[in-house]
Design a protein around this ligand. Structure first.
Ligand SMILES: O=C(O)CCC(=O)C(=O)O
Length: 268
């Protein structure tokens, strides 16, 4: 499976429209990959909390539509990172806003959404501003010349909650995708937890982080691709960068067979 992780950098000066055009052009340049991934909340700004309300949009809004077109033009499955999704509140008192990842097919159709389950901010930030998701998201991604690969979705802070990933594995995931706006201040956690999830769940882990500094937060970069044994196959630096790699996804089943640790689980 040919994968490209677009570690987008941005600051406070670029308009959402300009950034969307830039991201869409970067996606178009990844034609020939099976799966392309963008970071969490790259359009509204991962930590630009004050702008989220005005930048929220439905799943067929302007950012989503531009990225759907880019996926179609490139002929790739696109994990478009996440948006602040606006919709009907599910319960009275809910906000009707979510941190929602969008996946588009090579035909530009929306094939999966995932509303971030674990909100970051300890009572401020996300818990204050948006609702928590409740549903797992797993989808089959087509691979040129090979079998489709089952991909489980998660977002940023979710990486600290291993129980989510066990559920994704139980739902069939072989590859785990983690778009993020993870700060430089805790970048060691990002790198280590990605490898931990790969080792314990025997999955390939695709971590696509943000670069640059926005809203006074320095983003950590260091996107990485980890194989199902925990080996880092590709790693980015701190600046904007595209990581492109051809992953041997058949090796996931082989590793699970030769070292069948998942079969030894005893707790439900
Ligand atoms: O867990 C962390 O250290 C960072 C999480 C985060 O920035 C996020 O979920 O947006």
């Amino acid at each position: 499976m040919k994968v490209a992780l677009i570690q987008l950098a941005y600051g406070d000066d670029e308009s959402v429209a300009d950034r969307t055009r830039r991201a869409a052009d970067l996606v178009r340049a990844q034609s020939g990959h099976d799966l392309v991934v963008l970071p969490e909340l790259w359009a509204p700004g991962g930590f630009d909390y004050r702008r989220w309300d005005e930048r929220a949009e439905p799943v067929d809004g302007p950012v989503a539509s531009a990225l759907a077109a880019a996926a179609r033009d490139a002929g790739v499955t696109l994990h478009a990172g996440s948006i602040i999704e606006s919709g009907e509140p599910l319960e009275p008192g809910d906000k009707g806003l979510w941190n929602t990842s969008l996946v588009f097919s090579p035909a530009g159709e929306l094939v999966a959404t995932y509303r971030k389950i674990h909100r970051f901010g300890f009572g401020e930030g996300e818990p204050l501003l948006i609702d928590a998701g409740a549903d797992l998201a797993v989808l089959d991604v087509p691979v040129a010349g090979g079998a489709p690969v089952t991909v489980g979705l998660s977002t940023c802070y979710d990486l600290r909650f291993p129980e989510l990933y066990r559920r994704l594995v139980d739902a069939g995931a072989e590859v785990l995708v983690v778009p993020a706006a993870w700060p430089m201040a805790r970048i060691e956690h990002w790198s280590l937890l990605g490898r931990a999830r790969a080792i314990e769940d025997q999955c390939v882990v695709l971590q696509c982080n943000t670069a640059g500094t926005h809203a006074r937060h320095e983003m950590g970069g260091h996107s990485q691709v980890v194989d199902a044994t925990g080996k880092v196959l590709a790693a980015a630096g701190a600046d904007e960068q595209v990581l492109s790699i051809d992953i041997d996804t058949a090796a996931i089943a082989t590793w699970r067979k030769t070292f069948p640790v998942l079969a030894d689980r005893r707790l439900p």
